[in-house]
Ligand binder design. Structure first.
Ligand SMILES: Cc1cc2nc3c(=O)[nH]c(=O)nc-3n(C[C@H](O)[C@H](O)[C@H](O)COP(=O)(O)OP(=O)(O)OC[C@H]3O[C@@H](n4cnc5c(N)ncnc54)[C@H](O)[C@@H]3O)c2cc1C
Length: 488
């Protein structure tokens, strides 16, 4: 027996909880369940437990459109974000729809039945569900594995080597010499936090990243909150942050040299003219070829200024029993090495998908509005922005899926499939040079050169298209409901 739902959502992180809200609000007559592989909700914000874990975008845009973020800090720590997600799920009764320890291992579409069969591993047993629409809110990376290059001599190192994705509370860094390998968001979060207790922390990077300091509290948001009703203050702050973010993104893409100069100058102001900013904080790429890293209240720079942390830009030759030997010939002594070397990108929750018996190869597919895929019926994913908070797009996607379901019901059609009506030139899914994206670029779906096949990294454009724009452009509605088929 397969248990049936109108919609199955996979994943109970930010996107899955948001999807639950939009489905139950906009499609109240439909049944839905959220299948979550882990024991708890929260996804990223429950998995990552390393010291100092926090957002690197503001909570007024990382929060949901429908539930204000009310804490004072705009750049919030992981516990506060997890609490916000738990409270949201409880307040709207979304938690009652979550099936925990339900890992989806296969999804098979049948046009004859107009159904997905979803195979799940639940408590050691295999079970099957069916649904009319499958909505993957399964994030973008592998939960079981992080990216971990094989460093020569790793086994010789006498201390402990830890990947931040698998940080456990027993990891002791007090009075230890710590080397953090990496220069991304995780490394710049960890370094100042570990430096509070460690003997010394070195951030060892192959090449620098753009790092921007911003206050952890948003003065305007807190001012508005004291004067206006909570929801209004939240919406105004959300829009302020969207528009300011988009403005600076556009300026940086239009005038990369100027933006680069300004960003590097800001670091020079923090660290002083005697500091070698050219080597350690001047990236070789243009701003927004990769995501900028944010440091709240300039905590990383304070740790460097105080001598509790430093940055080394070099390549690892090998690990030794005492630490890390560098290609320059230097040795970094260490008791603990934290490999903040990144995530292993994984789309579709690692789920093999078939359509009428044919295996779907994602790199052959075009993404439709950044959420559906050519030739794959009744299927969408939540995939956020690379230049703004994830939730902005995830929220719009869930809203659009709900609109689409209502349109299908009105037309009495059980199947909706994106199909290009005019030729589309395929382009890479993401125009990001970050190595974690480049490692998997060939496996990712493509986007097109024109709408609705183009992925816009722009909330305002997407808002117009997904909330107010046409719903049926280059979608094929088919498979009428049986009653209508008889009439026809
Ligand atoms: C350390 C860190 C910090 C970040 N900070 C920010 C930030 O400040 N701003 C920002 O915009 N983005 C940030 N991101 C990106 C972040 O992942 C997203 O913002 C957001 O949390 C993604 O939410 P999600 O629900 O889409 O995915 P996730 O949080 O990854 O949740 C996916 C859920 O799906 C479940 N799942 C996956 N596959 C299956 C399966 N096959 N079966 C069943 N369940 C499955 C997982 O168990 C998980 O619970 C950060 C990412 C990391 C790793």
């Amino acid at each position: 027996m397969r248990e049936h739902f109108d919609i199955l959502v996979v994943g109970a992180g930010i996107s899955g909880i948001g999807a639950g809200y939009h489905l139950q609000t906009q499609c109240p007559g439909r049944t839905y369940a959220i299948l979550e592989g882990r024991e708890r909700l929260g996804g990223t914000w429950d998995l990552f437990r390393y010291p100092g874990i926090r957002s690197d975008s503001d909570m007024f845009t990382l929060g949901f459109s429908f539930r204000p973020w009310t804490e004072a800090k705009a750049i919030a720590n992981g516990d506060a974000i997890l609490r916000y997600l738990e409270d949201t799920a409880r307040e709207f009764g979304i938690d009652r729809h979550i099936r925990y320890r339900h890992r989806v291992i296969a999804a098979d579409w049948s046009s004859d039945e107009a159904l997905w069969t979803v195979t799940v591993e639940a408590d050691g047993r295999t079970r099957q569900f069916s649904c009319s629409f499958l909505f993957l809110c399964s994030g973008y990376y592998n939960y079981a594995r992080g990216h971990m290059p094989a460093f020569a001599g790793q086994a010789e190192f006498r201390g402990r080597i830890v990947h931040p994705q698998f940080w456990t509370p027993d990891i002791d860094y007090a009075d230890k010499r710590v080397v953090v390998v990496g220069s991304g968001a995780t490394a710049v979060t960890l370094v100042p936090e570990l430096a509070k207790q460690a003997a010394h922390v070195t951030m060892l990077q192959r090449s620098p990243t753009y790092i921007v300091a911003r206050p952890s509290e948003d003065g305007i948001a807190n001012w508005l909150r004291r004067r206006l009703p909570g929801k209004m203050a939240y919406m105004l702050t959300r829009w302020k942050n969207v528009l300011v973010g988009q403005y600076f993104y556009r300026i940086a893409r239009k005038h990369p040299e100027k933006a680069k100069e300004r960003l590097v100058d800001m670091v020079r102001c923090e660290l002083g003219h005697g500091y070698d900013v050219a080597t350690h904080f001047t990236p070789r790429y243009d701003p927004w070829d990769q995501r900028l890293c944010l440091v709240p209240d300039a905590d990383l720079f304070a740790a460097i200024r105080d001598g509790r942390a430093d940055v080394v830009t070099d390549r690892i030759a090998r690990f030794t029993p005492e630490g890390v030997a560098l290609e320059s010939g230097d040795l970094l002594p260490a008791d603990l090495i934290v490999t903040a070397t990144g995530l292993e990108v994984q789309l579709m929750g690692g789920i093999p998908v078939t359509v009428d018996g044919d295996v779907v190869t994602w790199s052959d597919r075009l993404t439709y509005k950044g959420m559906m895929f050519s030739g794959v019926p009744n299927f969408a994913i939540a995939f956020g922005y690379t230049n703004a908070s994830w939730t902005l797009k995830a929220d719009l996607t869930a809203e659009h899926v709900a609109r689409l379901l209502n349109r299908m019901a009105r037309r009495g059609m059980r199947q909706v499939t994106p199909e290009p009506q005019v030729a589309v030139q395929p382009q890479p899914f993401l125009d990001f040079t970050s190595s974690y994206i480049q490692r998997v670029a060939k496996e990712l779906p493509r986007q097109g050169h024109r709408k609705p096949w183009r992925v816009h990294q722009s909330y305002t454009r997407d808002l117009l298209a997904l909330r107010f724009g046409r719903i049926d452009d280059e979608l094929v509605f088919s498979n009428p409901e049986p009653a209508r088929r008889r009439v026809a």
